[in-house]
Design a protein around this ligand. Structure first.
Ligand code: ACO
Length: 313
């Protein structure tokens, strides 16, 4: 869906969207495709790239705010469709920070020695919860999925997972939410009539929080790990808005040629942005074995997260 397509739906323009967000187009799933379908495709590609099979996976962490259903969890659906017979799993909801939280969790499951292969999937079908009459939100989001496989590295190499900083500030809950559908406001004719099953946001509040906190925790993590911004080979931030990314990179002190930006072609795919961007970095040779990678995200909640990884293959 291009900006020109959106011009036909709401009072907006290609110029406004490009200048304020950096987005040119986003992908929209077919009507018969749900989050688990994209998640399975991403997982299959990931397992194939690692030369392993679903039967070897110990756990699946499915990061999403658009599960197929409230329950069963999308992780269960994916476990079955993949044939991951030996895996347990769960859905992780932290909005746009979900994937970073999922990686942090997987790193600890593997680091403890109790798990050898943990599949972390970020998948969101945002088009199902976006109001295409609301120009303030509908231009921002797209659908997409990606996956990482977290495994123990060779004992004679430095650890792949360097560290994390994850923070929640629940006082920001009102700034970005889907008001209805849960136990607070169950679905009814009124909630549907009032369009309360769609994303509502205070864009400026989200913008300010994102720039400040994503920058702060990234700086804190880099310093706390005994590193400097110069050690970061590549920063892959959550893709919410190109201006947020630029302001954060500036605060951290990482030049834009070491920051991956692909928001122009996907928009904000929520839990999908970081794994999709990482896959592009690998494909394009921007990420090599041994490189130090900073992943950072901010999302509804508010949730904020940053991870440092030493890329292992
Ligand atoms: N097309 C044209 N005009 C628009 C549009 C649109 N799509 N949307 C809003 N406007 C108008 C507003 O109505 C306003 O008009 P007014 O001055 O006559 O009142 C004007 O543009 C300026 O609106 P602002 O909200 O001040 O614009 P801003 O520069 O803040 O950009 C945006 C808005 C893009 C939403 C920005 O605030 C943003 O990206 N915030 C972060 C939101 C976000 O990323 N949320 C995603 C989930 S959370 C996460 O991933 C971090």
């Amino acid at each position: 869906m291009t900006n020109q397509d959106l011009e036909k739906l709401v009072d907006t323009s290609n110029e406004w969207i490009l200048e304020r967000t950096g987005i040119r187009e986003r992908h929209i799933a077919d009507p018969d495709m749900a989050t688990s379908d994209m998640a399975v495709e991403a997982a299959k590609n990931c397992l194939e790239a690692r030369g392993t099979t679903a039967a070897d996976v110990d756990a699946i962490i499915l990061c999403t705010v658009t599960p197929d259903h409230f329950f069963p969890s999308t992780a269960c659906l994916v476990q079955d469709k993949l044939g991951a017979k030996h895996a347990w799993g769960f859905d992780l909801i932290a909005a746009c920070s979900s994937f970073v939280y999922g990686l942090t969790t997987a790193a600890h499951l593997v680091g403890s020695g109790s798990h050898r292969k943990v599949l972390v999937i970020g998948a969101d079908t945002m088009s199902r919860i976006i109001d295409y009459t609301d120009r303030a939100t509908c231009v921002l989001f797209g659908d997409g999925a990606g996956a990482f496989l977290i495994e123990p590295g060779p004992e004679d190499e430095p650890p792949g997972f360097i560290g994390f900083r994850n923070v929640v500030d629940g006082s920001g809950g009102e700034a970005l939410k889907m008001p209805a559908g849960g136990s607070r406001m169950p679905p009814s004719h009124e909630t549907v009539d009032q369009r309360l099953h769609f994303v509502k946001q205070d864009g400026q509040a989200v913008f300010k929080f994102a720039v400040r906190r994503m920058g702060e925790i990234s700086v804190d993590l880099i310093k706390g790990s005994g590193l400097t911004a110069d050690d970061i080979k590549l920063m892959i931030p959550h893709q919410a808005n190109k201006r947020i990314i630029q302001a954060c990179a500036d605060r951290i002190g990482i030049p834009m040629d070491r920051v991956l930006v692909n928001i122009d072609r996907y928009g904000n795919t929520t839990a999908g942005t970081i794994p999709i961007a990482t896959w592009e970095a690998l494909r394009d040779g921007r990420l090599q074995k041994g490189d130090i990678l900073l992943l950072a995200a901010v999302g509804a909640g508010f949730t904020v997260g940053a991870n440092l990884w030493r890329w292992a293959y």
